[in-house]
Design a protein around this ligand. Structure first.
Ligand code: 5GP
Ligand code: SF4
Ligand code: MG
Length: 459
């Protein structure tokens, strides 16, 4: 996954973009980058591995301009390298092109082969680079039309920000898989993956960039076009379940409200009679656990404490390091858990590794019974649209029955939210959402490249 942010018409575009990226850090911690266009029209960029706070200050200080875009990246395995950091920046006969992409293109492999056959030379292994090459080849005159040309025939998920000469363009694929919002600061538009990125710079939310929309802003003003055939909306339900920040609004709805509703519904569908308290696996399930507590009338407690100075545990090269990382990241509060029958709420179970480790911690801290409740349906398939779920054979719910999962996690009872319950709970649901990793109902044919990694996800 990734976070994207962009501004135009701001005296300190770089400073604002850096702030925007700080608030989108949860969407990607592998690399960060900013490209800015200065008063003379020259574009320059800084990209580095790691967090936004780790971007090299001398280079950042040397960057300035009134237009900038930025990116935080969280790649799929195997493609974590500086060549794949974004925003990409190239010069073409029509001037500089810079791109920041969130999402994953499902036909990047084919498009890339086609471009290579016509002489294109690629500088990265990212799916996103095909958009840049196609942009460079378009002979349309208006920037937004050049992008429309470039995107015609591109399948899959993209929320993108593009700098093309003096123009800043924001676009979202026709199914609207990934969020992209537009706000305003001193009259000028500001774009970000989530509204928390608007809040941090003091911009007020105006609207979402719509599915299938290309929105351009430059010296000639603001223009919006919808050049593609309308498609059924497939907004990623996992954004509400896990990915986005609860203080954000995405897809026109509050993430906090979505998670609370998921928790309420979970308590209705899978109550835990006899339990004495509820706690979350911080931070992603806090709001859902509060919803569960509200619905069940049980106290919400802080039974697990998360160390905020340790990164996310999910992508670790080996099982052994993943196991150790659970203890690095979480500890249990004995005074809360000792002798108690408890409900542990998490937003999702993917491999089961984190959950198993947490259950052991909770039991070692004296819990008498552990009832696990999950505020999403079982994850049974990989995502091809920009979230880094592993292949099917690593997904615990793809290969095991509920009872087998319960035993493997070591819990006294286990309950997942139903698919229907999940879709009914999110704002604007139940229709217009992608739920393929839960239901197997993939909106596009899976990428022809079976492991989806050859042209790694650029998101
Ligand atoms: P598991 O028990 O499957 O090893 O891990 C489940 C935990 O991973 C949950 O706390 C959930 O919030 C988190 N999680 C779910 N999906 C993702 C993801 O795509 N990336 C990361 N980093 N964590 C995830
Ligand atoms: Fe989101 Fe799952 Fe669809 Fe991927 S497959 S876009 S994670 S709902
Ligand atoms: Mg979590």
């Amino acid at each position: 996954m990734c976070g994207i942010f962009g501004v135009r018409g701001q005296a300190d575009a770089v400073g604002l973009t850096k702030l925007g990226l700080y608030s989108l850090q949860h969407r990607g911690q592998e690399s960060a980058g900013i490209v800015a266009v200065d008063e003379r029209g020259d574009a320059r960029g800084v990209r580095s591995m790691g967090l936004v706070s780790e971007m090299p200050s001398p280079q950042l200080e040397a960057l300035h301009g009134t237009m900038a875009i930025g990116h935080t990246r969280y790649s799929t395995a195997g493609s974590s390298s500086i060549e794949n950091a974004q925003p990409m920046l190239v010069s073409s006969r029509g001037g500089h092109i810079s791109l920041a992409h969130n999402g994953n293109l499902t036909n990047a492999g084919e498009l890339r082969v086609e471009l290579e056959e016509h002489g294109s030379i690629f500088a990265s292994s990212m799916d996103s680079e095909v958009i840049v090459h196609r942009l460079a080849r378009s002979s349309a005159l208006k920037p937004e039309e050049r992008l429309a040309d470039a995107l015609r025939g591109v399948e899959g998920a993209y929320s993108i920000l593009i700098v093309l000469g003096d123009t800043l363009i924001a676009a979202r694929d026709p199914r609207g898989w990934r969020p992209l919002v537009m706000g305003r600061l001193d009259g000028a538009p500001v774009f970000g993956s989530e509204t928390c990125a608007l809040d941090i710079v003091g911009a007020h939310y105006e609207r979402d960039i719509e599915a299938g929309e290309i929105f351009a802003v430059d010296a000639d003003g603001e223009r919006s076009i919808f050049p593609f055939e309308k498609k059924e909306l497939k907004r990623c339900v996992f954004e509400h379940v896990y990915f986005a920040r609860p203080d954000s609004r995405i897809f026109g709805g509050s993430v906090d409200r979505a998670r609370r509703a998921l928790g309420h519904r979970l308590a209705q569908e899978c109550p835990a009679p006899g339990a004495e308290l509820v706690f979350s696996v911080p931070d992603s399930s806090n709001s859902a656990a509060i919803g569960f507590a509200e619905e069940s009338g049980l106290p919400y407690e802080l039974a697990l404490i998360r160390n905020h100075y340790v990164g996310r545990t999910f992508i670790q090269p080996t099982q052994a390091t993943r196991d150790a990382k659970v203890r690095l990241k979480y500890n249990a509060v004995r005074e809360v858990l000792q002798g108690k029958r408890v409900v542990m709420v998490d937003d999702s179970i993917v491999r089961g590794t984190t959950t198993r480790g947490l259950v052991q911690l909770v039991r070692a801290a004296g819990a008498a019974e552990v009832h696990m409740r999950v505020s999403s349906a079982p994850v049974t398939g990989p995502c091809y649209y920009g979230i880094d779920t592993p292949s099917r054979d690593e997904l615990i719910a793809a290969n095991h029955t509920l009872e087998e999962i319960r035993t493997s996690l070591g819990v006294d009872s286990l309950g997942y939210l139903s698919l229907d319950g999940m879709l009914q709970s999110v704002p604007g649901g139940p229709h217009g959402f992608c739920h393929a990793c839960f239901s197997g109902d993939y909106p596009t044919p899976p990428p022809t490249d079976p492991d989806k990694l050859r042209y790694g996800c650029g998101c």
